[in-house]
Design a protein around this ligand. Structure first.
Ligand SMILES: *Cc1c(COP(=O)(O)O)cnc(C)c1O
Length: 342
């Protein structure tokens, strides 16, 4: 199976499993797991923040960040395609009790002007606005990279209006590898930021949320409240540390594979793609062949051992990662040609 459904489909490599087996562990909940402690210190440094917290998932990082930054009834501004809006089980409403005001950006990215348009006057009848969030890279924006200038402008506008800022860095390293910009530079101006180890970095789980010492202290209370405090989690944290050492620079290969896939798709008459939009490891394209739609195409591909994800009636997403090599990309392209030609 060539599984391009998501970069979460990676399995730990033999070397990563070895690092996990050798991990020094303790009771994380009591602050006694040395592998977790080293990982969070390293991530805080990488992200340019005072402190960091190890959590089971990126979703929990987002949900805790919303809950720490906001009180119930307050409003969060984010792009209309944001993960917190459509993919976290309604957590922002159920856990933080916040309202969300979506901003219609371009490929998941919006500017200071679009943000300013959504700022509300401070009136007793209006929800109090509290937080602006961005995704680096923008997942439903096609893996688009927020330019540094756009991030600065949005963060400055938010802070000037008295709002806090949060960065969902599920694929922050993809942006860093593609642009050559350091994680701390992207995260500057953001009061909280997190990175995911279970996406392209190839670990079996885990994410690290970073911010000020005070923010992280509050986040830790939410970690306990949600049952996200673990015990000998150094076993998984060791996989994350291994990923930081060995799986960051190689994301460039995933990006090259994504471009190769996009170029092949561009040659197929029944598909439509903007190849210039493929900046990282996410490849979105539309099915325009008569009689076909995204679901039907994905089913036909699956029958040939290639998995992609339908993301809309005509839109398909393919994600490159550690477990798909160049030959796998060529197999996927051959399957697309066969399916649409036949
Ligand atoms: C995957 C993802 C998340 C959630 O991360 P999990 O570790 O899967 O919970 C959040 N935001 C974005 C943009 C993602 O792609």
């Amino acid at each position: 199976m060539i599984d391009l459904f998501s970069d979460t489909k990676t399995r730990p490599t033999a070397a990563m499993r070895q690092a996990m087996a050798n991990a020094e562990v303790g009771d994380e909940r009591a602050g006694e797991d040395p592998t977790v402690n080293r990982l969070v210190a390293r991530c805080a440094e990488l992200l340019g923040k005072e402190a960091a917290l190890y959590l089971p998932s990126g979703t929990m990082c987002n949900e805790i960040a919303l809950a720490v930054h906001c009180r119930p009834g307050e409003e969060v501004l984010c792009d209309v395609t944001a993960h917190i809006l459509g993919f976290e089980g309604g957590g922002p409403g159920a856990l933080a009790g916040v309202m969300i005001q979506p901003i219609t950006g371009t490929r998941g990215i919006f500017g200071a002007a679009a943000l300013k348009e959504k700022l509300r006057p401070d009136r007793p009848y209006a929800p109090r606005q509290r937080l602006v969030t961005v995704e680096q890279t923008a997942n439903l924006g096609g893996g688009a990279i927020w330019p540094l200038a756009a991030l600065r402008e949005v963060a400055d506008t938010a802070h000037a209006a008295g709002l806090a800022t949060h960065m969902d860095g599920a694929r922050l390293f993809n942006a860093c590898v593609a642009s050559g910009i350091e994680p701390a530079d992207y995260a500057r101006g953001f009061d909280s930021v997190w990175i995911d180890f279970a996406k392209g970095l190839g670990a079996p789980g885990g994410a690290v949320l970073a911010g000020t010492r005070d923010f992280i202290a509050e986040a830790q209370r939410w970690q306990f409240r949600l049952g996200g405090a673990m015990r000998q989690s150094g076993i998984i944290a060791a996989a994350c540390a291994y990923a930081l050492d060995h799986h960051v620079a190689r994301l460039a290969e995933d990006h090259a594979h994504a471009r190769r896939l996009a170029a092949g798709i561009a040659e197929l008459a029944g598909l439509r793609i903007d190849v210039t939009g493929v900046e990282t490891n996410l490849v979105y394209f539309d099915v325009i062949a008569p009689g076909w739609d995204a679901a039907k195409l994905c089913a036909a591909l699956a029958a040939r051992g290639v998995r992609m994800g339908p993301m809309g009636p005509r839109t398909v997403r393919a994600v490159t990662h550690l477990d798909v090599d160049r030959a796998g990309i060529d197999t996927a392209l051959a399957a697309l040609r066969e399916v649409l030609g036949g």
